[in-house]
Design a protein around this ligand. Structure first.
Ligand code: FES
Length: 291
């Protein structure tokens, strides 16, 4: 069985669902402003993959330095830096995990258990090194590195195979024709709420959310960047001072002017199309970065 097949089997194990739920509820109970910081909504990019670079880089580097006796004091400093940096990385991962689908949460739980075990070994390593037991310290830290590496592979599977943290809107927009699309008469659009229109794709129609407000029209890919929720069924609301399109699934809010997330759990922007009017019809086209 391939590694991917093995991890997919784990993602199918429903027996852990009940045990995970209290942790999920606890994370979801955090204030939404705190969660948005942890998601990376303010950055317009998921924060977790940014933060994990510090512990992973520190611990891998420490492993190399530990192989050279005179460099071992530096390895200890790096292990301490990795332990400190692991805390915010874990918090941002937990915030993302709590808003993911079932299969991602199951693998995410294993990812968290391995990371916690790795962190425990590294803390033990620091204690052992501080007590002058360098051999034991190195043994514990290499054990931690093995666990952290295995956990990183699971995190990679969650990102690449399960699209956790990826922009689902970016995937949808690539299916659209790169020509100007006729979305019908402006006069047919309701005022101040999204309407669904179909954009021509290669072999299928791609749902679009079209919003008419005060004489202007904004067109977005309807699949929410977070988990593909139907933005054409969402609402237009003022969120944190910006007029936003709000997803009906988990409440992410995207600025109507530019698609930037103003409220999570989305951290990626929503794909917005170029718009022009032609003979009273709304015409839309994918932005040049996708053509
Ligand atoms: S799908 Fe989760 S906020 Fe839209």
């Amino acid at each position: 069985m391939s590694l991917m097949g093995f991890l997919d089997r784990i993602a199918d194990v429903s027996a852990v669902d009940k045990a995970m739920e209290p942790a999920r509820r606890a994370v979801q109970g955090m204030p939404s402003a705190v969660k948005d910081v942890l998601h990376g909504t303010w950055l317009g990019h998921p924060l977790h993959p940014v933060l994990v670079q510090v512990p992973v880089g520190s611990w891998v580097s420490a492993g190399l330095l530990d192989a050279v006796p005179r460099l071992r004091p530096a390895a200890t400093v790096l292990i301490g830096a990795g332990v400190a940096a692991a805390v915010p990385a874990a918090l941002s991962g937990a915030a993302d995990w709590s808003e993911q689908g079932t299969g991602v949460r199951r693998l995410g739980a294993l990812h968290a258990v391995l990371n916690t075990a790795a962190l425990g070994l590294y803390v033990g390593s620091l204690v052992a090194r501080g007590a002058g037991r360098g051999g034991l310290g190195r043994l514990l830290s290499y054990g931690g590195l093995g666990l952290a590496g295995s956990s990183a592979a699971i995190g990679g599977h969650m990102s690449y195979a399960q699209s956790s943290g990826a922009s689902h809107a970016a995937t949808a927009v690539r299916a659209l024709s790169t020509d100007w699309l006729d979305l019908g008469p402006l006069d047919d659009l309701p005022e101040g709420r999204p309407a669904m229109r179909s954009g021509k794709g290669g072999s299928m129609a791609v749902p679009l959310a079209v919003i008419r407000r005060s004489g202007r029209v904004d067109v977005f890919v309807a699949a929410c960047s977070h988990l593909s929720g139907p933005l054409d069924e969402g609402t237009v609301e003022t969120v944190r001072g910006s007029e936003c399109l709000v997803c009906p699934w988990h409440g992410s809010a995207f600025d109507l002017d530019n698609g930037e997330p103003r409220r999570g759990p989305a951290a990626n922007p929503q794909e917005k199309l170029e718009v022009r009017m032609e003979a009273g019809h709304v015409m839309a086209r994918v932005p040049s970065r996708h053509r």
